[in-house]
Ligand binder design. Structure first.
Ligand code: NAD
Length: 357
């Protein structure tokens, strides 16, 4: 099969980690008989330097014409003083809106070989964990009515959490479909003891659940979920939640893995086209030095194969290659954890992953 991928290398370490990832994709393509064609576009700081804006029209058009978008990272100190609408991060918001990406998938997986990097106690992480957090990305309080007004106690500010049945139903379906590819268990997180929007969320999730009798579902209040994540992360398989709860819980879940350079993400909409990117930023402190860990981006590309291209075997082959390299003890500087060995460079670890494939 043949796929067109829009590459947004972005800033800082973005170009280095994307270059590693296309090498890995090409190796997978050669092994399984697929062709990946790349078209590069500017986004973020590099786009500001070249065109004056973070998301040029040409980039948007190129992404809309692609089968999927692979993004490195955007931003850096050079652009930090620009006004809000001209900041590099605006490119991400613009792309999410234009591509209609209402689902954010963030796996948080603790590799047993890297358990020492987790801030959790050794006995809690000894068995590893593998959680897929599914966050609703275009609704809820981040998009609801907001403002300032005169209240009974003087000036006040307000934000509104609102969810439609349609918004909850479509994200719930993503959760149940994803659970079918994994441990077949969904934890739906809300605050239904207080919020009416959460009560609707809960009703709709259970309505959708009827179409997935092979998947179990439980509800959990968000305060309890925050606690359970650090107490017993193994109990979670797929977690589905609203925009704000997902924002907070996905950061908590990624932190307890202890390895930001390993974590991928996917943003999906109602078409097969998605946007795939590592969860880390552009790491300007190490840019251009060959020190960046490319694994989060490589695993993001594996998610692209799975969710946008339907290539499960190929996605698994990429993930297994990464697992084997890590299990064999190979480390980049960010995951060295004080071990007395020379950290591998970006190209050295990429080479080992290519060999595994
Ligand atoms: P960061 O994730 O870029 O870096 C945090 C620390 O982790 C740094 O010490 C960095 O060297 C290290 N690190 C991150 N990724 C790594 C990798 N792959 N390999 C090895 N080490 C890695 O976060 P930050 O320093 O807060 O932000 C830097 C810039 O990135 C800012 O301009 C910020 O706005 C931007 N940012 C962009 C995105 C994105 O593009 N999605 C996300 C977060 C931050």
């Amino acid at each position: 099969m043949k796929f067109n991928i829009a590459l947004l290398k972005g800033d800082g370490i973005g170009p280095e980690i994307i270059d590693s990832t296309t090498q890995v994709l090409d190796k997978i393509g050669a092994k399984f008989g697929h062709q990946f064609d790349y078209a590069e576009y500017l986004a973020g700081g590099c786009a500001i330097d070249a065109t004056g804006i973070p998301l040029p029209e040409e980039t948007l058009a190129g992404c809309l014409a692609s089968d999927s978008v692979l993004l490195g990272a955007v931003g850096g100190p050079k652009w930090d003083t620009l006004p809000g609408h001209l900041r590099p991060e605006r490119a991400l918001l613009g792309l999410r809106a234009a591509l209609g990406l209402y689902t954010n998938l963030r796996p948080a997986r603790l590799y047993p070989a890297l358990a020492a990097a987790s801030p959790l106690r050794a006995d809690i992480v000894a068995r590893g964990f593998d959680i897929l957090i599914i966050r609703e990305l275009t609704g809820g309080i981040y998009f609801g009515d907001r403002g300032r007004r005169e209240g009974p106690n003087g000036p006040e500010a307000y934000d509104t959490e609102a969810y439609s049945v349609m918004e909850v139903e479509r994200i719930a379906r993503v959760a149940f479909e994803s659970a079918r590819l994994r441990g077949k268990h969904v934890t739906s997180i809300d605050k239904a003891n207080v919020l009416e929007s959460s009560r609707l969320w809960r009703e709709v999730v259970h309505e959708v659940a009827k179409d997935y009798p092979d998947v179990t579902v439980i509800d959990m209040l968000v305060d309890n979920a925050a606690m359970q994540l650090v107490r017993n992360p193994q109990q979670f398989d797929v977690v589905v939640t609203s925009n704000m709860f997902g924002d907070i819980l996905s950061d908590e879940a990624s932190q307890i893995t202890g390895s930001i350079g390993l974590l991928p993400s996917a943003s999906l909409g109602s078409t097969k086209r998605g946007m795939y990117e590592p969860i880390h930023g552009s790491a300007p402190d190490i840019a251009g030095q060959g020190l960046a860990n490319p694994i989060a981006t490589i695993l993001s590309a594996a998610m692209m194969l799975r969710y946008s291209f339907g290539l499960e075997t190929e996605a698994k082959a990429m993930e297994d290659a990464v697992d084997n390299v890590l299990n064999a003890g190979h480390r980049t500087a960010d995951i060295l954890g004080g071990a007395a060995q020379r950290p591998l460079s970006t190209s050295e670890i990429t080479e080992l992953i290519l060999l595994e494939i």
